[in-house]
Design a protein around this ligand. Structure first.
Ligand code: DGL
Length: 267
């Protein structure tokens, strides 16, 4: 592994761009190679075997590009496939999931009652609740699967009447009452963070994994002497398994006008 090697990032679609964007802001010298598995989107309701299969294929691709780190910028794949990705990375790259840094952050903040929203797979895996309870038995958790949010965001529906109605319908449910923190347990959700904040009007602390994970990554690279500190203007690469306009628009929105987007078919 070398300091100048790229950071590999993957998600089912545009959600991981929220993590990629924060990484690029915090570590401007790092090159990013991003893979959006748009062909298999959404991951939220696929079987565990399928998610492991897709995650392994993408990890192999990123390792072939000599990535020094593989970031699973997807909660669903982090919940179901982290072990498999870690095994593949072994000595070749550092494997990072988006869940553990958020758990550490939440347990060291003043949280008493934590709401978690995510895909069906993430919520059913119970990963957030069980890890939070293992670290801190006093923190209460309340979880709700919010499966309409990923397709809604992928279709570009945010900050409008439709997204507002869907979001309020979820947030007013019994499962999410009396919380002081809300974990955005899906990397797509930072794209609707403003709407979620508008709904709560400052009464609930919103935990945005994109920011927390990028800080965690900076520390991890620095501790491993792999942080690229030499000034550079990295050419990021964006790969999708199936070309979609919405992906290109979102990537351009986050990374500026000229993005290098390729359709890359994996087995
Ligand atoms: N961004 C993914 C996550 O964090 C979305 C999953 C999906 O494709 O349903 O879980």
């Amino acid at each position: 592994m070398n300091k100048t090697d790229a950071i590999g990032i993957f998600d089912s679609g545009i959600g991981g761009l929220t993590v990629g964007h924060q990484i690029a802001k915090l570590m401007p010298n790092e090159q990013i190679i991003y893979f959006g598995d748009t062909k298999h989107l959404p991951y939220g309701d696929k079987s565990k075997d399928a998610i492991i299969h897709y995650s392994k294929n993408i990890t192999k691709f990123l390792l072939n590009q000599n990535c020094k780190m593989v970031v699973i910028a997807c909660n669903t794949a982090s919940a179901l496939a982290f072990g498999a990705v870690k095994d593949l990375c072994k000595q070749k790259a550092i494997a990072v999931n988006v869940i553990d840094p958020v758990i550490d952050f939440t347990c060291t903040s003043k949280a008493h009652s934590v709401g978690i929203i995510g895909t069906k797979n993430t919520i059913l895996s119970d990963v957030y609740a069980s890890k939070i309870h293992a670290l801190s038995s006093e923190v209460k958790t309340r979880s709700l699967a919010t499966p309409l949010l990923v397709p809604m965001i992928e279709e570009g529906f945010y900050q409008n009447k439709i997204s507002n109605t869907i979001l309020s319908n979820y947030l007013e449910k019994e499962e999410l009452q009396n919380i002081d923190h809300l974990i955005l347990g899906c990397t797509h959700y930072p794209l609707i963070e403003d709407e979620i904040k508008q709904y709560y009007k400052g009464t609930v602390e919103i935990v945005n994994s994109a920011k927390i994970v990028s800080k965690y990554i900076e520390k991890k690279l620095s501790d491993s002497d792999l942080l690229n500190e030499s000034p550079s203007q990295p050419q990021h690469e964006f790969h999708v398994s199936d070309f979609t306009d919405s992906f290109e628009q979102s990537a351009q929105h986050f990374f500026g006008e000229r993005i290098n987007l390729k359709e890359t078919r994996l087995k």
